[in-house]
Design a protein around this ligand. Structure first.
Ligand code: HAX
Length: 430
């Protein structure tokens, strides 16, 4: 399935929803467009716009005392769902029926072929390229497949922009597991790329193509949880805001997602899972195995005193333990409670928050998802840290593309806040 628009269930389903969403928003704007959402202080302007409410994102929200809620449903109630069900939920606001998810999964399966030129582009890259650079390069190289770009060129009606955006999103999401698995095998000399299995679902095929041996059933369960847990995190984080800003310029989903993923590749965002496991393993190596709590307290202060952050702890929005961390902790406690790395993750959870609480400037001493996610992959033999953000990105492609489809459907305008100069602030302050 390459170019050309096609009506399938998800398109029909969304068509109806979009009519309702639009009239609801129109009513809200007529009634309350002058209502104030938040005021911006000088501190916030200099402080990364923290806490400034100025975006609408309906796919998920992250209350600071609860963590991820996808379309009104807390993550803890969704941990047994498949990524296909979650993608449907993100896009439409409803969990699919059995028939709907079967149709939706079948549609995704039809779109998963990766063109040969993508492998050639990846093969031509330097052997020591970061896996995230490879993923972004592959996504950008795929841009020539964009149905939106083609339809826009022809002159599509504004009201229909969302349809080719959804078409592009489904095509890209369907291909991402194969691209990500291919990158893993190429970048870490794992042998030939493993061919897709046309009958396997999104998670199953990804696990199959990674080709990691071991207890496959449990690894697949972990990956399903992983791909659900990382799918979306409202609209203001670096990768979401970047993706939606690019998308708002009517750049297609390939440009938008690659841009967002460049942000995900940063150590304060998606790369933190790599940093976190690296830090844990270095600690274990230095101390010769699973450390004691007393030893961990010393390591935490050594890290802080050397000017570094404790990776996997803190959050720009959350003020409680991240429910995604809790979901992984539960999985580890069930499947491998005696794994020494997992035990260290568990111990750190007892130690780090108490120490970070002693530093008043840190607003959230609790673990975020990245404090556990790397250790989970490591247990099953996925031990190449620099690949971890790619797994995160595979999952986040669901939320970011769903946000883009919704934004197009709602005809949201180009994102364009206003900046001021330091001398403007000087005048204001004096
Ligand atoms: N270790 C040490 N210091 C920390 C800290 C941590 N884990 N978390 C916050 N701080 C520090 C900040 O660096 C900041 O110090 P300065 O004022 O000297 O710059 C101060 O405490 C206030 O920060 P904050 O308001 O509590 O948090 P921010 O919103 O500024 O930052 C971060 C949020 C996630 C970037 C931060 O907590 C951090 O760097 N954590 C470690 C890295 C990490 O785990 N990132 C992943 C976050 C989840 C995610 O997006 N995944 O993709």
């Amino acid at each position: 399935m390459k170019k050309g628009l096609r009506m399938v269930n998800i398109f029909d389903k969304l068509s109806n929803k979009i009519q309702d969403w639009k009239s609801e928003t129109k009513g809200l704007l007529e009634k309350g467009s002058e209502k104030v959402l938040s005021q911006v202080t000088v501190g916030q302007a200099y402080g990364g716009m923290r806490g400034v409410i100025s975006l609408i994102c309906d796919t998920s929200r992250v209350p600071q005392d609860q963590g991820l809620i996808i379309r009104g449903m807390p993550l803890k109630d969704l941990v047994n769902k498949t990524p296909e069900e979650i993608y449907y939920l993100l896009l439409t606001g409803e969990l699919p029926t059995k028939e709907e998810v079967e149709d939706f999964s079948a549609d995704i399966k039809k779109r998963k072929h990766v063109p040969e030129y993508i492998w050639n582009v990846l093969k031509a890259m330097p052997k020591d390229s970061h896996p995230m650079t490879m993923l972004d390069t592959a996504i950008l190289a795929l841009q020539k497949e964009s149905v939106f770009a083609e339809e826009y060129e022809k002159g599509i009606r504004k009201e229909d922009y969302w349809k080719p955006t959804l078409e592009d999103s489904l095509n890209l999401v369907a291909k991402i597991p194969a691209i990500a698995a291919g990158i893993y095998r190429m970048r870490f000399n794992k042998g030939d790329i493993i061919a897709q299995d046309p009958n396997m679902d999104w998670t199953g095929d990804y696990v199959h193509m990674l080709g990691i041996s071991g207890n496959n059933k449990d690894f697949k369960d972990l990956m399903r949880l992983y791909l659900v847990a990382h799918c979306d995190h409202e609209g203001g984080n670096v990768s979401a805001l970047t993706t939606q800003t690019i998308n708002s310029a009517l750049s297609d989903i390939y440009y938008s997602l690659a841009g967002g993923f460049n942000g995900l590749a940063g150590p304060l965002h998606g790369l933190a899972n790599q940093e976190s496991l690296k830090w844990i393993l270095e600690t274990m190596e230095k101390l010769g195995g699973t450390p004691t709590k007393e030893q961990l307290v010393d390591v935490v202060w050594e890290t802080l005193n050397s000017g570094k952050v404790i990776p996997g702890y803190g959050h720009a929005v959350l003020r409680v333990t991240d429910p995604r961390f809790e979901a992984f902790l539960k999985f580890g406690q069930k499947h491998f409670p005696n794994d020494p790395v997992f035990k260290t993750v568990d111990l750190l959870y007892e130690v780090v928050p108490e120490e970070l609480k002693k530093i008043s400037k840190i607003k959230n001493p609790w673990p975020n998802v990245d404090a556990a996610s790397g250790a989970m992959l490591y247990h099953y033999g996925l031990s190449e840290f620099s690949y971890y953000t790619v797994v995160f990105a595979v999952s986040r492609s669901l939320g970011l593309t769903a946000q883009a489809v919704v934004n197009r459907a709602m005809l949201n305008p180009i994102i364009r806040p206003k900046s001021v100069t330091t001398s403007y602030i000087k005048d204001l302050v004096s």
